[in-house]
Write a protein that binds this ligand. Structure first.
Ligand SMILES: [Mg+2]
Length: 304
């Protein structure tokens, strides 16, 4: 087995930037068709493959939603704490983000951030119902900040950020899987290697997350099980970065979040050369530079 590059290597940094840009691009692309069915998408767009804004949120072309803006808020909190994922700092960052009146916000996120305001406790109560994708959509800064750390340390950091709003076993399992998967891809593993490393243990505990033996997941809801199935089917079947994101968002449903998570994984897998230039040109320039800078800063902290 060839030795994998260290956290701060040029190849890993390039893939980390592509993962963060991929998250934002998938969010911006998918938001246009969020809550539409595949049939409605075909009726309006044929195949939806351009970053044009609009959608139910009436976005500007290239504008992103909570998936990207919560990730950036989380990353800032991690950087401000020297690379550590501190629950109180994460909760305060999310609370400050909510006060800025974001364009959209998930119900579970809102409810548990309002509870944090009242109690000061930065851990949501455990709930079987809070298996939405709101914690899974923002794992990337934790994956970058903990690259190269022990499995126990990665796992603790994953839960620390997730439990601020989503304290749920299925959400935890998906957050953990996505974090470890993106870390393997950043180190240069293939998709097959990455899935062989982490899928077996995930499905052993949560067989409902199986995706290969299931029909094409269309209209994925905000339930993290449907999110992961749509993302992994798109990644498994997709031929490159653009093809994967187009496949995933044209499934409709919670398309900004499936797009964001697929974009993160596909960016880490395929690297910056695979990102369409017309999409990068369309992305909000302030968001693009924040994604690039934060990816680099978090990796530098991980390498220390
Ligand atoms: Mg969103």
């Amino acid at each position: 087995m060839t030795p994998l590059p260290a956290a701060g290597s040029g190849a890993t940094t390039a893939r980390a930037e592509a993962a963060y840009l991929g998250l934002a691009l998938g969010d911006a692309l998918g938001a246009t068709v969020e809550f539409m069915t595949p049939r409605e998408i075909v009726h309006h767009f044929g195949v939806h493959r351009e970053i044009v804004g609009g959608g139910w949120l009436k976005l500007r072309p290239g504008q992103v939603t909570d998936d990207t803006s919560m990730s950036l808020a989380l990353g800032e909190a991690i950087l401000a704490n020297g690379g550590s994922v501190v629950p109180l700092a994460c909760a305060e960052a999310f609370d400050a983000w909510m006060r800025r009146k974001p364009v959209d916000i998930g119900n579970t996120v809102r409810r548990n951030l309002v509870a944090f305001r009242q109690t000061g406790v930065p851990v949501a109560p455990s709930s079987d119902h809070d298996a939405g994708n709101g914690a899974a959509m923002r794992v990337l800064p934790v994956a970058l900040a903990t690259l190269g750390q022990s499995p126990a340390a990665v796992s603790a950091a994953v839960q620390a950020q997730a439990h601020v709003t989503h304290n749920n076993a299925v959400s935890d399992a998906v957050c953990q899987f996505l974090t470890l998967a993106v870390q393997d891809l950043l180190r240069g593993c293939s998709l097959a290697e990455t899935l062989s490393h982490h899928l077996g243990s995930l499905l052993a505990v949560h067989p409902e997350l199986s995706f290969r033996d299931r029909p094409r997941r269309e209209n994925p809801s905000g339930w993290v099980v449907e999110t992961l199935q749509a993302v992994l089917q798109g990644l498994d079947d997709g031929d490159g970065f653009e093809d994967c994101l187009v496949d995933v968002v044209n499934r409709g449903g919670d398309a900004d979040t499936t797009g964001a998570i697929a974009g993160m994984l596909a960016g880490a897998l395929h690297g910056p050369q695979a990102i369409p230039r017309r999409w990068l040109k369309a992305l909000d320039p302030g968001v693009a530079s924040q994604c690039r800078e934060q990816a680099r800063a978090l990796l530098q902290m991980a390498a220390r």
